[in-house]
Design a protein around this ligand. Structure first.
Ligand code: API
Length: 307
């Protein structure tokens, strides 16, 4: 391709609970093998395409790439161009895409991620006509320790008086920091996330959640309410790895039990998780197509990140 020319990039936009990503298919013969593109350019592309006004609009960009170890390899970038190691809503959508496009012909298959191989299962209606959800074995959740953080009320924080909060760090293949709070909606999550990012150990970023374990009044059944400010994407409507991390933390803190299904309710909808006694976390939830199309970028802007 010559300087001054456009490069045409085909994509499919999908979302899981409103956590929306642009998917680019490295198996698609119309594309010039994105697996070979330099990482920096893929990050720049994520920034350009994710912009809500001048791009396609998304929380990030996910490449579905050929793999020697699994049906495909998932390579994810946040909206700010940073690389993400794992994405729970993303892996469900990528798996759904792979099944629908013949990349896997089995309903059960494996996906390679930057934090290891994950097993996925495409669940269908009894007649086998429709896909109802995708379940993922999210692997082992690692306890990265607890900390007490002081959120001081700043003058401009008129709605928040501050306080000292215990937080739980969890790796769900990516890093999470969880505040268990009384009122998830009222908690100043953005401010809390800003503070958490300044603490030692979080230099490379961290996904920050506010969560509460609540009960359905009539049945007494427990569920988790959660909001998230994601590393590299800001506040999103939902986070799959976040739901898993919060479920593990709720079990460690004694709010929930091993081997029980837990509903994690987020602004974008509900995910079901189950923390198995053997340490694995299962996550199941919906996947939706939004639209597909192509994105033309002038080759020059691809190399300097503008559009
Ligand atoms: N939304 C995602 C997480 C994206 C990962 C990310 N923000 C990071 O760790 O850099 C999820 O459903 O799990």
């Amino acid at each position: 391709m010559k300087k001054g020319e456009n490069m045409r990039l085909f994509f499919t936009k999908m979302h899981g609970l409103g956590n929306d990503y642009i998917y680019m298919d490295g198996f698609d013969s119309r594309m010039s093998k994105p697996a070979a593109w330099p990482l920096e350019q893929k990050g720049q592309l994520a920034v350009m395409m994710s912009r809500r006004h001048t791009g396609i609009g998304a929380d990030g960009l996910i490449f579905i790439q050929p793999s020697e170890e699994a049906a495909f390899r998932m390579e994810m970038y946040n909206a700010d161009g940073s690389r993400g190691a794992m994405c729970g809503n993303g892996i469900r959508c990528a798996a759904r895409y792979a099944y629908d496009h013949g990349i896997s012909t089995n309903q059960s298959f494996q996906v390679q991620t930057d934090s290891g191989i994950r097993s996925v299962y495409i669940r269908k209606t009894d007649e086998g006509e429709h896909i109802t959800s995708v379940r993922v074995d999210m692997g082992v959740m690692a306890n990265l320790g607890e900390q007490r953080v002081l959120l001081k009320a700043k003058e401009e924080w008129t709605d928040f008086t501050g306080g000292s909060f215990p937080v739980q760090y969890v790796s769900a293949g990516n890093r999470h920091c969880i505040f268990f709070v009384e009122n998830v909606e009222a908690f100043p999550l953005k401010k809390a996330a800003e503070l958490i990012h300044t603490l030692p150990g979080n230099e490379d970023g961290v996904n920050v959640e506010a969560a509460a374990v609540e009960k359905i009044a009539v049945t007494g059944e427990k569920y988790i309410k959660m909001r998230v400010v994601e590393r590299g994407s800001g506040e999103t409507m939902a986070c799959g790895t976040g739901a898993c991390a919060v479920t593990a933390a709720a079990v460690w803190q004694g709010y929930c039990r091993y081997d029980e299904n837990v509903e994690v309710r987020q602004p974008g909808g509900i995910l079901t998780t189950a923390y198995l006694a053997d340490g694995r976390m299962l996550m199941e939830g919906p996947t939706e197509y939004v639209f597909e199309g192509y994105f033309d970028i002038p080759i020059a802007s691809f190399y300097n990140g503008t559009r």
